[in-house]
Design a protein around this ligand. Structure first.
Ligand code: NDP
Ligand code: 2IT
Length: 451
């Protein structure tokens, strides 16, 4: 069986790579899922005959478009916009929009692929999608960001809708950008609908959506730690990133009794052995969200901290690591350093932050390790709750949303344990999340025929 499964993965990946050349991130994400699912697929003639995995790995639709806009000097700038509509078997396409100069088709296809499984794990009716642009918001004025968002939506509006495709935020897209995109969408459609999530609280947003991804990562980590009689209390935590996910992961970890000692951005990381407490975190939030400045400033403001330019925080001694910046930001060497320093738990806030080599190190040392599609699902889950509130035209309280988020994260953990427990009792959360996420989508596709 093992041999058959390996053969299946090899054949499947050879074809996938031939059909999708030069898309390394997409290949990486698909291979991980194919490896988890292969034993099931080779033992199920229906899944094979109906080519379920082959269809899941082919986007239902990809839209690529020109985004021309005028900068503050009156010059024309041109970016490229994308929306990958991956899978709508269990609900409208759902997933974030990323604005970052690195954005390309490979990155968006990997993200949309991951999103399909993640959204299924939330138990809410959402298909998988992802979009974005190679636009770089860094250093742009509010006016330039608005002009760009308006041009982006002037094409994208015809491809999205509350029952078709519901975008949200991701890297480089937060409340400001969602506001500009929603405003232009509403103007073009002449409709006030829940077509975007992550909206402002006064115009259809959900309480706790900004906090949801970071809080959800901590709720998931709490469940993992509890399987070994552990908790956040008294633990040292290393976090990468200093954006939306990192900020609220740091907030919740601190509330749960841990000491967060690192945060980072693409220029370097800060190490504060005294801990980034609530007051210091408030400073980080203002620094990053209001002034849009660099994390380096932290070390100038707080002498207890040191700044390490051009480095990532994985060499620091910690009990728990939460990568919350970007894909492939933690490699095999970083993983070995974390293990050597006594780290017991790695909960991913970002999408695919650990390389395959890093995952192999974590799993061979039996660390509690959760892939992003399980532990960062709280963000899109709360987007799903925002969609429900929009459909009902009402708003739940923060407490109600927090309680629902908490129970969704606990449920995802249970599903991972159900499908991912190895004969020796070790929980392989990668396997658990991939199989658990696949089931519902596969069953829906089987029921809906060859579409
Ligand atoms: P933000 O834009 O708010 O923050 C991103 C952070 O990551 C910044 O600190 C940024 O630094 C850093 N970063 C971005 N690119 C790189 C890079 N190439 N190398 C090093 N650091 C980098 O984004 P989010 O916090 O929303 O997203 C972070 C991760 O979480 C992403 O992987 C995203 O897909 C994932 N995610 C987000 C969800 C959400 O609800 N927002 C939900 C689930 C997952 P700098 O300022 O220097 O660019
Ligand atoms: O990667 C993700 O799950 C997100 N960026 C959030 C997507 C969403 O629709 O809320």
């Amino acid at each position: 069986m093992e041999k058959l499964a390996k053969q299946y993965v090899d054949n499947f990946m050879t074809q996938l790579i031939a059909r999708n050349p030069n898309e390394p991130e997409f290949h990486q994400a698909v291979r991980e899922v194919a490896e988890s699912l292969a034993p099931y697929i080779v033992s199920d003639p229906v899944l094979q005959k109906m080519k379920i995995l082959e269809r899941i790995a082919e986007p239902e639709r990809v839209v690529i478009f020109r985004v021309p806009w005028l900068n503050d000097k009156g010059e024309i700038e041109i970016n490229r916009g994308y929306r990958v509509q991956m899978n709508s078997a269990i609900g409208p396409y759902k997933g974030g929009i990323r604005f970052h100069p690195s954005v390309n088709l490979s990155i968006l296809k990997f993200l949309a692929f991951e999103q399909t499984f993640k959204n299924s794990l939330t138990t809410l009716p959402m298909g998988g999608g992802k979009g974005g642009s190679d636009f770089n918001p860094k250093g742009k004025s509010d006016n330039e960001v608005m002009k760009f968002c308006q041009s982006f939506i002037t094409e994208l509006f015809r491809h999205i809708g509350q029952d078709t495709d519901v975008p949200a935020g991701d890297i480089g897209v937060g409340g400001r950008e969602i506001g500009f995109m929603f405003g232009q969408y509403k103007r073009l459609r002449d409709e006030f609908t829940g077509t975007f999530t992550g909206k402002g609280l006064d115009w259809g947003g959900s309480p706790l959506r900004p906090e949801a991804t970071g809080y959800g990562v901590c709720y998931f980590a709490q469940e993992m730690l509890a399987t070994r009689g552990e908790s956040f209390e008294g633990k040292t935590v290393a976090i990468s990133g200093s954006g939306n996910v990192a900020q609220y992961a740091a907030e919740k970890a601190t509330q749960l009794g841990a000491k967060v000692v690192t945060m980072s951005d693409s220029s370097g990381y800060i190490y504060d052995p005294d801990g980034i407490d609530a007051k210091k975190l408030e400073y980080v939030m203002t620094l990053k969200n209001v002034f849009r400045e660099r994390i380096k400033e932290y070390a100038e403001r707080y002498p207890s901290a040191q700044y390490f330019p051009g480095e990532r925080p994985w060499g620091v001694k910690c009990d728990i690591a939460m990568p919350c910046a970007t894909q492939n930001e933690l490699n095999g060497e970083n993983a070995k350093a974390l293990v050597a320093n006594g780290c017991i738990c790695v909960a991913e806030g970002a999408n695919m932050p650990s390389t395959p080599e890093a995952i192999a190190v974590f799993q061979s040392h039996k660390l509690l390790y959760s892939p992003g599609k399980a532990s960062n699902a709280g963000g899109v889950a709360t987007s799903g709750l925002e969609m429900s509130q929009n459909s009902w035209r009402l708003q739940w309280t923060r407490e109600e949303v927090d309680q629902k988020l908490h129970s969704i994260m606990k449920n995802i953990h249970e599903v991972c344990v159900q499908y991912g427990t190895e004969p020796d009792g070790y929980v392989n959360y990668v396997k658990g999340a991939n199989i658990g996420g696949f089931m519902k989508v596969a069953n829906a596709m089987l029921a809906q025929g060859c579409v």
